[in-house]
Write a protein that binds this ligand. Structure first.
Ligand code: PLP
Length: 376
């Protein structure tokens, strides 16, 4: 029996490693393994690679190289941005990732004032709601794109409101970096979190952009790496892989966005024709490329996930980090989706490695599993 190829449609959870990124990483695990902080010539290649990677990443988001701090990923970047500031009052949106929500809860336990901002039906923070809540010296953290339903926030406008009130603005851009154009100057953000494994880089590496002049307390104490702000010997191979993957993703962004938009159209049209009472979640006009969240009435998302898995298709019921939990997603709750429909929700996130044929296969398999489950 020939096995059907597996269709991976959960790119919001993680992505495959860019082969050019892997090629760029290998020499730093083999021949040029030196510690970039060492003084002898053998380590100079690693030191130079680190600087090149910092410059490449900075260029991709229009930052200065010295504004890029390497971290272990999105979770660390988010923790550092929130726990490293001196702000006494922190505002965050109800649709944030748990890296932000749980950091805020930890800060609350240590005496900081925190406030959750409500979101609209697309999980976006509206300007009016932010304007009413912000005070001078507040730190505001609002994600650029939502990991469960893909909606994109108007970050430029929100950052302007925060600055107008004298606050600092952080955005968790983990789902957005490498997928939509980002210019930190045009957006006016003070801090931005990113994670390489979401844009075809390796896992366990990311960065935090910190605008020059923004003061952050060290997250890791130790040596003088990262301008003395984040101690620990740098993971040179992963950093080089991250920079290569980001550069490639940014270069291919327009083509990928067009291809992904065709896939989403094809998928939605096919599903809609067979299941007209489907609910689509997320902002139809402002969503991450390739990202789809749908709720199929009376069909458990988890049952659908397992049936699709048996058919060789990987999708998610919500955020990747929640996939073992049966708790209703806080994002779906925040957008006002009923408890029943929240349980019936699937997240499909196509990537550049998928084809239109994949999109059609996934849609047809969902339709056939839907009919099967309805019959039961
Ligand atoms: N923020 C968002 C929006 C995410 O989607 C994720 C991961 O799913 C994270 C933060 C955490 O990133 P990492 O997996 O690199 O720790």
């Amino acid at each position: 029996m020939t096995r059907r190829p597996y269709i991976y449609a959960d790119n919001a959870a993680t992505t495959s490693l860019d082969s050019e990124a892997l090629d760029a990483m290998l020499p730093f695990m083999k021949e040029t393994f030196g510690n970039p902080s060492s003084l002898y010539s053998f380590s100079r290649t690693a030191k130079r690679a680190l600087q090149n990677a910092r410059e490449q990443i900075a260029e991709c988001i229009n930052a200065l190289p010295e504004e890029i701090y390497f971290t272990s990923g999105g979770t660390e970047s988010d923790n550092w941005a929130l726990k490293g500031t001196q702000a006494k009052h922190i505002l965050y949106s109800a649709a944030e990732h748990h890296a932000i929500i749980n950091s805020c809860l930890a800060l609350k336990n240590s005496g900081k004032r925190i406030k959750k901002l409500l979101v609209n039906q697309y999980a976006q923070v509206e300007a009016a709601s932010l304007s009413c809540s912000i005070k001078c010296d507040d730190l505001v953290s609002i994600m650029m794109a939502n990991n469960e339903i893909g909606s994109i926030n108007d970050i430029g406008l929100l950052a302007k409101i925060v600055h107008g009130a004298g606050g600092i603005f952080h955005t968790d851009a983990v789902q957005a970096v490498g997928h939509i154009p980002i210019d930190v100057q045009a957006l006016g953000v003070d801090m931005l979190s990113a994670s390489a494994h979401k844009f075809n880089g390796p896992k366990g590496i990311g960065f935090l952009f910190v605008r020059k002049g923004i003061k952050l307390v060290n997250f890791m104490d130790g040596g003088q790496q990262e301008l003395g702000n984040r101690a620990g010997t740098e993971n040179v191979p992963a950093i080089v892989g991250m920079a290569t993957a980001l550069k490639n993703n940014c270069r291919n962004m327009p083509n990928n966005a067009e291809k992904l938009s065709r896939m989403v159209c094809r998928f939605q049209k096919t599903i809609y024709q067979a299941i007209p009472n489907v609910t689509w979640n997320g902002d139809p006009a402002n969503r991450l490329p390739g990202h789809i969240s749908l709720s199929l009435p009376d069909i458990s998302g988890e049952s659908m996930l397992h049936l699709l898995d048996l058919r060789g298709i990987a999708v998610s019921t919500g955020a990747a980090c929640n996939s073992k939990s049966t708790r209703i997603s806080h994002v779906l709750k925040a957008i006002g989706l009923s408890r029943e429909l929240s349980k019936d929700t699937l997240r499909i996130s196509f990537g550049a490695n998928n084809s239109e044929a994949d999109a059609l296969t996934v849609a047809n398999e969902i339709i056939s599993m839907y009919k099967k489950l309805r019959e039961k």
